[in-house]
Design a protein around this ligand. Structure first.
Ligand code: PLP
Length: 364
């Protein structure tokens, strides 16, 4: 095979930033690639493949219903469309018939985030009219309740590090409030790790990205209550068509989830053990201080947090991306002089390269 990087004149990437869509999500295992290869080389009745793989996953995960789509974004748009059309073919085929007013989707203002695209745009794509509850830094259940009326079609809760974390309703009470109002809740858990948590909290439609924690190909996973998932399936006759998933990615995701559920995840201790020698070396560099920190959204991820005591972290981040191999770090706090090294998709050899490059930059 050609050298892809040379052929298209593109850079080598070391991904120490986490599961970033702009870098292509996850590194896929050989095993997952084999399932994808089988998918690529064979034919299936796609509807049957989607139904049966969904049933298989539902049983494997231990939920009522599951369904594979092209991405978490596609899942959000189709879930919204299905909460509005409720399986009615006229509404499925005319998702933007605004004479039907029952299309309001209530979201906490602090959850109306941009994950690469604004979630409000994804909701609009499904025909939803976004109604923000509360304020950027504070939203109570009372705020949410005051937004619910006869035009409300669903509520959406975004569980993500992108969101405002404080002073927002907890997910359990949010779900209860929706159900007290006889309304469904869509949960955007795109990058979350626990496939049962929100289902057990009685969430109706729970959405995961296939290529984040699950380490699958570009895809999305919907789990939830059968009645809702069946309505979402019908979107393949409507907006679902412009966001269809390929057979190779369907098979790849199913196997990625099998691996995900079987493999013991690396424990917090194991991650710390891997990071400690790296931190120790970083701490010997003048002007740097490194320590292990846990993911700020509470996921079981340990990262190295490097503080630049007198340098400009933003400048370092820029320099790490210079040269033949670009190093991407996690830079949400670079403006406060801190960057994070996420090692989930970094090999030991790449971790050495990261150290060398930081050391070289700091020397001069
Ligand atoms: C990544 C992400 C998405 C989109 O997931 P895709 O599978 O890339 O479409 C949606 N919501 C949140 C909160 C995300 O982090």
């Amino acid at each position: 095979m050609d050298n892809i990087y040379d052929k298209y004149h593109i850079s080598h990437i070391i991904n120490a930033s986490g599961k970033m869509t702009i870098l292509g999500g996850s590194r896929l295992s050989e095993e997952v690639c084999e399932y994808m290869k089988f998918g690529a080389n064979h034919f299936f009745e796609i509807k049957d493949l989607l139904n049966k793989t969904g049933d298989y996953l539902a049983q494997l995960i231990g939920v009522e219903s599951a369904y594979i789509v092209n991405s978490a974004s596609g899942a959000i748009a189709q879930s919204v469309a299905s909460c509005i059309s409720k399986g009615n073919i006229q509404d499925i085929l005319h998702p933007y018939n605004f004479e039907n007013k029952k299309r309001e989707i209530v979201i906490c203002k602090g959850h109306n985030v941009d994950y690469g695209t604004p979630i409000e745009l994804t909701i609009s794509l499904g025909g939803g009219k976004i109604i923000e509850a509360g304020y950027a830094n504070r939203c109570t259940l009372e705020h949410v309740q005051s937004c619910i009326n006869e035009n409300t079609a669903a509520l959406i809760y975004v569980k993500s590090h992108h969101c405002v974390q404080k002073e927002m309703p907890d997910i359990q009470s949010f779900i209860q409030l929706a159900h007290q109002n006889q309304l469904p809740v869509i949960i955007d858990a795109a990058a979350e790790e626990d496939l049962l948590k929100y289902y057990k909290m009685d969430g109706d439609i729970i959405i995961y990205s296939g290529t984040k924690a699950l380490e699958g190909p570009t895809s999305g996973l919907i789990i939830g209550k059968k009645a809702f998932v069946e309505q979402i399936k019908k979107q393949s006759l409507g907006i679902g068509r412009v966001m269809k998933i390929g057979k190779e990615n369907i098979l790849g995701l199913v196997h990625a989830i099998e691996c995900y559920l079987q493999h013991q995840h690396s424990t917090l201790e194991q991650q710390i053990q891997r990071l400690e020698p790296f931190n120790k070396k970083i701490n010997q560099i003048n002007g740097l201080s490194a320590r292990c920190v846990q993911d700020e959204a509470g996921r079981l991820i340990i990262r190295s947090e490097i503080t630049f005591l007198n340098g400009n972290a933003l400048e370092i981040v820029q320099k790490l991306k210079e040269g033949k191999t670009k190093i991407y770090t996690r830079d949400y706090h670079a403006n406060e002089g801190k960057i994070e090294i996420d090692i989930r998709d970094v090999t030991d050899h790449e971790l050495d390269i990261i150290y060398e490059k930081i050391a070289t930059i700091m020397k001069g």
